[in-house]
Design a protein around this ligand. Structure first.
Ligand code: HEC
Length: 103
């Protein structure tokens, strides 16, 4: 069901995830979210990456979009595993999903 809007089926009914979603962009949500929760380990300039893979960096919107599938896999859903220490509020995880999946 969640995949319906990722598939870009414009003519089908609006996915429930997206129906009441606030307009969510890199500027009004994504950049701040990634900075606060991910970039301490994933930025290209991070002082200590805690062995985060060198190719997984979220320095700009293009980099985030490039890894959107993996971000969704690791940071949303029933058992999110990024960031490793947890601590992201459910509302923010939902907004992350809306940002990456809804238009
Ligand atoms: C405390 C450091 C740390 C933070 C903060 C962190 N990560 Fe990671 N990340 C890692 C490490 C270490 C790995 C490699 C081990 C692994 O995959 O679990 C990794 C790997 C990844 C990968 C690549 C592996 C895969 O499954 O594709 C993605 C994508 C990722 N992290 C996303 C995120 C996102 C999104 C956030 C913020 C919501 C985040 N990480 C926050 C340390 C961190």
């Amino acid at each position: 069901m969640l995949l319906a809007c990722a598939d870009g089926e414009q003519d089908s009914a609006v996915d429930p995830l997206c129906e009441d979603a606030p307009v969510t962009t890199y500027d009004n949500f994504g950049q701040g979210f990634m900075l606060q929760h991910c970039q301490s380990c994933h930025a290209s300039t991070a002082e200590n990456r805690y062995e985060a893979p060198p190719e997984i960096v979220f320095d700009d919107e293009a980099k985030v979009q490039e890894h959107a599938d993996r971000i969704l896999a690791r940071s949303t859903g029933e058992q999110p595993s990024m960031p490793p220490q947890g601590g992201v509020e459910a509302a923010d995880r939902l907004r992350l999903e809306q940002w990456l999946l809804c238009e």
